[in-house]
Ligand binder design. Structure first.
Ligand code: DQA
Length: 149
């Protein structure tokens, strides 16, 4: 069984982009952290990043199929700025009935007002915000517990 970790726009720049906010870990470091954490739960990881909204929609739809086939527990999703703009991602998660934990590295609620609203939170199983890249580890554990029957 696998867990999907999906990253949206600009997260490929992790480590060099605003390190005072997002820290110094790179996306490769995050992938390794996720692999380790999922491994402790006996899960494989599928780790992806795209700057393109439609690509994220496609992956969410695919993951819904994988979950229904019993091959995947759901997705950890850091949609980056699409969090605050994308009805398409909201509809994709809802339509695919995909269990999703929404993750933000930074505490979006102590930042600009435009980061306070999320189109994804109403269709997320849970949300992890403000714990740096460690939030991905928390989200994997939360998703595992939430989807265990
Ligand atoms: C982010 C927060 C978003 O507001 C921002 O657009 C990002 C990263 C985070 O992980 O803190 O790209 O999702």
């Amino acid at each position: 069984t696998s867990v999907l970790i999906l990253n949206g726009p600009n997260l490929n720049l992790l480590g060099t982009r605003r390190p005072e906010i997002y820290g110094s870990a790179t996306l490769a470091d995050v992938e390794e952290l996720c692999r380790q954490e999922a491994g402790k739960l006996g899960l494989d990881t599928v780790f992806r990043q795209s700057n393109h909204e439609g690509q994220l929609v496609d992956w969410i739809q695919e993951a819904g199929t994988e979950v229904k086939a019993g091959r995947c527990i759901g997705a950890v999703l850091n949609a980056g700025a699409y969090t605050h703009t994308s009805i398409a991602l909201h509809d994709a998660i809802e339509g695919a009935e995909l269990p999703v934990v929404e993750v933000h590295i930074s505490n979006v609620h102590r930042r600009e007002e435009f980061r306070h609203h999320s189109y994804l939170s109403p269709v997320a199983r849970g949300i992890v915000v403000g714990f740096g890249v460690y939030g991905y580890a928390l989200a994997i554990n939360g998703l595992y517990q939430a989807t265990r029957t």
